[in-house]
Design a protein around this ligand. Structure first.
Ligand code: DCP
Ligand code: CA
Ligand code: CA
Length: 365
């Protein structure tokens, strides 16, 4: 067992809005707000996220879109509806990169994951910076997005570290520095301390994590009960033994590519799709998995996003089945749409582990 546990937390910066900027460079430099429109008016609905320029005007996740519009009324702001399918494809691609960067990998949300790299770095924290830079560079080069990375001796501190410098941050908290790193931060930064609990704590003069760490654990237990009291005491002191939980098979794998020029001609689209299918087939062989659902995603010249998918009768690994399915889906789609395509993607899911290869089992049998 290496002397130190080394845990990495990665969180993408203004995820949905950054993807929109990546695909529409004309939005760069403007406030960008992505939201779920409830439909009644073009002002009703909630903000999902906003880029950092919009945040300077007070725009935040969860606020009504009408508020954001008011805050940005004098700006040349861009308001966009969420496009989960597109974000999921990019998320898959990022998670696929991250999965290969550590000994253990745990995705915790669409744009967040933990890695355990203790073995990989042999417990040497001095190698953490290079590793962190490498992860950021991979996501930057392969996907084009920035993320913030925290590296620390446990999940609790790694996540707080990642969120402490954003966007495009890299924060390393050495084992000896954990307590001093946490002390000045507001108590609300600890996982499990929401607005209500924060109010109870600040009402008692406990504003910072340091204030909380200095409280005798018995007093915290009196207020919050033994379990929670203990948990707050441990967290405030930077103690967290929870493991990075490997979740087994990925949920889905996908690839998306921008075409050299916009087109809706099958013979021009096909070489690109073959590349995507090759790539995905290689991936599933590496993971030893079979897929049952195949989908395509088409982004048109005017940036509308369309997707189609089909379920196979059984899970397979064959490239020919993947190509056939993609061809069927694309023909179907093209027969219904007149738009040229700008980007095209393929997504496979519903994975199951592959049984022992027939050649091998017959050899053994
Ligand atoms: N999201 C959402 N509704 C919320 C919060 C988040 O739909 N109330 C979505 C949009 C975000 C994504 O989840 O882009 C990731 O959430 P984060 O909390 O990580 O926020 P961002 O990535 O947008 O910004 P940050 O740079 O602060 O991480
Ligand atoms: Ca994020
Ligand atoms: Ca996140």
């Amino acid at each position: 067992m290496p002397p130190n546990r080394i845990i990495v937390h990665v969180d993408l910066d203004y995820f949905f809005a950054q993807i929109e900027e990546l695909e529409n460079p004309q939005y760069r430099g403007k406030p960008v707000v992505v939201g779920v429109y409830s439909g009644r008016t073009d002002e009703s609905g909630a903000v999902s996220t906003a880029n950092y320029i919009a945040r300077r005007f007070g725009v935040r996740s969860g606020m009504p879109i009408s508020w954001a519009k008011r805050a940005l009324r004098n700006e040349e702001a861009v308001f966009l509806p969420v496009n989960r399918e597109r974000y999921n494809i990019i998320s898959d691609q990022i998670m696929d990169i991250l999965r290969s960067c550590g000994d253990k990998f745990e995705q915790v949300s669409v744009d967040e994951a933990y890695l355990d790299v203790s073995e990989k770095l042999l417990g040497h924290f001095e190698r953490a910076e290079e590793l962190g830079r490498g992860i950021k560079a991979s996501i930057g080069e392969k996907v084009g997005l920035t993320c913030s990375v925290g590296i620390a001796p446990n999940k609790l501190v790694a996540k707080i570290a990642a969120n402490s410098v954003k966007p495009d941050g890299l924060t390393i908290v050495l084992p000896d520095a954990v307590v001093d790193f946490l002390r000045p931060l507001p108590v609300g930064r600890l996982y499990g301390i929401g607005k209500k609990t924060e109010e109870i704590l600040t009402a008692r003069g406990l504003r910072t994590i340091g204030d909380l760490a200095d409280q005798p654990v018995d007093q915290l237990s009196q207020i919050f009960g033994k379990t929670l009291g203990n948990y707050f005491h441990q967290s405030a002191n930077g103690i967290d033994d929870s493991e990075v939980k490997e979740r087994g098979l990925p949920k889905s794998l996908s690839r998306i590519i921008t075409l050299k020029s916009d087109t809706r001609k099958m013979d021009e689209l096909w070489p690109t799709l073959e590349i995507l299918c090759n790539d995905l087939t290689q991936k599933i062989h590496t993971y030893g998995i079979a897929f049952r659902i195949v989908g395509i995603i088409a982004i048109t010249s005017n940036m509308s996003v369309q997707s189609r998918s089909l379920s196979l009768n059984e899970a397979v690994t064959d490239k020919s089945v993947l190509l056939d399915s993609v061809e069927r889906l694309l023909k179907d789609y093209l027969s219904e749409s007149r738009q040229d395509l700008r980007r095209i993607g393929v997504r496979i899911s519903a994975f199951s582990p592959v049984a022992v290869q027939r050649s091998l089992s017959s050899f053994l049998g």
